[in-house]
Design a protein around this ligand. Structure first.
Ligand code: NAD
Ligand code: WQD
Length: 336
C-alpha cells in the first residue's frame, strides 16, 4: 500500500516515514524543504534499509499534486506539511493561512478529484484554547486560538469535519498532538529547528550542547506545583505509532474522528530541566522570566479515546524522551 506523506522531511514526518517503511508501506514524501533538510530522509532510508520516493514540491502546487495522484496508486495521505512557529504566525498571518489552510484545501481538492479519501491530519492541543479543566478529552470545547498558527489548525479541522459530513466516502483522523519531543533511538534523526528554538525541549538540548547560553523559563508564577508551566510531553516514536494505528482503523470506518495523542501526564518546565540534567550529565542554566504571551498554565491529555478506539497508548517515559533527545543533539550538535 502506498502512502503520500506531506511534510515528510520534517521532524515528525521523517519519523513517520521511517515507521511506515518499517511496517512495509511504500512511501511518497512530498516536502518543499521550507523548514527541513533533504538529509533527514536519506538517513531514514539507511535506517529502514528501504527506499522511498522523495518529491521536492509544495502542497499549494495543484498541478504537481494531480501528477502525483495520476502517476501513483496512493491509498492514503498523512498530512504533516505546514508552518508551526507561533510567534512568526502573529507577524506573518498570511504565510500561515496560505500554507496551513490554503495548502491543505488544495491538497484535499486534489485528493477528492483523484478519489483518495483516507487522510490523517496533524492537529494540535492548541485547538482547546484556554482550557477550563484537566485532563482534556476530545469532547472539551475548542476555542478561538490566540495566534494564527493555532487558528489555522482549528480552521482545517472544521474544513475536514464539513467534508466528512458532505461526502460519506471520507475517512479522516484529526490527531491532536500534545507536546512531541524526543528522537529516534538511533540518534540519526531528530528535531532540527532553524534559528533559536521556540519550543522547550530543543532549547534545553541546545543549551546542554553549548549552542545557547541559558534557558529562559517563561513564568514561575503559575498556579502549578513549582510555578512553571505544565505540559504533556509525548515521545515522537509513540506519536507516529498513533498515526499508523489511525491509518489502520480508518480502513474500516468513515467520517471525521478526533483523537488526542498524549500520555495523560504533565511535567513542569523545571521538572523537564531536572530530568534532562540527570540523564545527560550536563548542566542547563536558566533564568526565571515573565510569562510568554498566549501560554496556558497547564495542559495534559485524557488519552482514553485513543486507547479504546486505536488500541494505542504512549509507552515511553520521561527518561527515554530525555535520553533520545540528548543522543540526537550530542551526535548532531548543528543538526543535519
Ligand atoms: P516541521 O517544521 O519539522 O515539519 C513540517 C514540514 O512541512 C517541513 O519539512 C516543511 O519543509 C514542510 N512544509 C511546510 N510548508 C510546506 C508546503 N507548503 N508544501 C510542502 N511542504 C511544506 O514540523 P513538525 O514538528 O514535524 O510538525 C509536523 C506537523 O505537526 C505540522 O503540521 C505541525 O503544525 C503539527 N504539529 C506539530 C507539533 C509540534 O510541537 N512539533 C504540535 C502539534 C502539531
Ligand atoms: C512548553 C513549556 C513554555 C520555551 C507549542 C504550541 C503548540 C504546539 C506545540 C506546535 C511552556 C515553556 C518554552 C522556552 C520556556 N504546536 N518554555 N522556555 O507552548 O506548550 O506548545 O508547541 O506545532 O501549538 O503552542 O510548547 O515547548 O513552546 O513550551 O519556559 O524557551 O515550556 O512557557 O510552559 P507549548 P513549548
Amino acid at each position: 500500500m502506498t502512502v503520500l506523506v506531506t511534510g515528510g522531511a520534517g521532524y515528525i514526518g521523517s519519523h513517520a516515514v521511517l515507521a511506515l517503511l518499517e511496517a512495509g508501506y511504500s512511501v511518497l514524501a512530498l516536502d518543499n524543504l521550507a523548514t527541513s533538510s533533504r538529509e533527514s530522509l536519506r538517513r531514514v532510508e539507511r535506517l529502514a534499509g528501504r527506499q522511498l520516493t522523495f518529491i521536492e514540491g509544495d502542497i499549494r502546487d495543484r498541478q504537481l499534486l494531480d501528477k502525483l495522484f495520476a502517476e501513483h496508486t496512493i491509498e492514503a495521505v498523512l498530512h504533516f506539511a505546514g508552518l508551526k512557529a507561533v510567534g512568526e504566525s502573529v507577524a506573518e498571518p498570511l504565510a500561515y493561512y496560505a500554507n496551513n489552510v490554503g495548502g491543505s484545501v488544495t491538497l484535499f481538492q486534489a485528493m477528492a478529484d483523484a478519489g483518495v479519501h483516507r487522510l490523517v491530519f496533524s492537529s494540535s492541543a492548541t485547538v482547546y484554547g484556554e482550557p477550563e479543566s484537566m485532563p482534556l478529552s476530545e469532547s472539551a470545547p475548542t476555542a478561538r486560538a490566540s495566534n494564527p498558527y493555532g487558528q489555522s489548525k482549528l480552521v482545517v479541522e472544521e474544513v475536514l469535519k464539513d467534508l466528512a459530513r458532505a461526502d460519506a466516502r471520507w475517512s479522516i483522523a484529526l490527531l491532536r498532538y500534545f507536546n512531541p519531543v524526543g528522537a529516534h533511538p538511533s540518534g540519526e534523526i531528530g528535531e532540527d529547528p532553524q534559528g533559536p528554538p521556540n519550543n522547550l525541549m530543543p532549547y534545553i538540548a541546545q543549551v546542554a550542547v553549548g549552542k545557547r547560553e541559558q534557558l529562559t523559563v517563561f513564568g514561575a508564577d503559575y498556579a502549578t506545583r513549582d510555578g512553571t508551566g505544565v505540559r504533556d510531553y509525548i515521545h515522537v516514536v509513540d506519536l507516529v505509532e498513533g498515526h499508523l494505528r489511525a491509518l489502520e482503523v480508518l480502513e474500516n470506518c468513515t467520517g471525521a474522528h478526533v483523537w488526542n495523542l498524549g500520555t495523560g501526564r504533565g511535567y513542569s518546565v523545571l521538572e523537564m530541566v531536572a530530568a534532562f540534567e540527570a540523564i545527560s550529565g550536563k548542566r542547563v542554566p536558566y533564568t526565571l522570566q515573565a510569562r510568554r504571551k498566549g501560554d496556558v498554565a497547564e495542559c495534559w491529555a485524557d488519552p482514553t479515546k485513543a486507547r479504546k478506539e486505536l488500541d494505542w497508548q504512549a509507552r515511553c517515559g520521561l527518561e527515554e524522551m530525555m535520553a533520545d533527545t540528548w543522543r540526537w543533539q550530542s551526535k548532531n550538535p548543528n543538526g543535519y
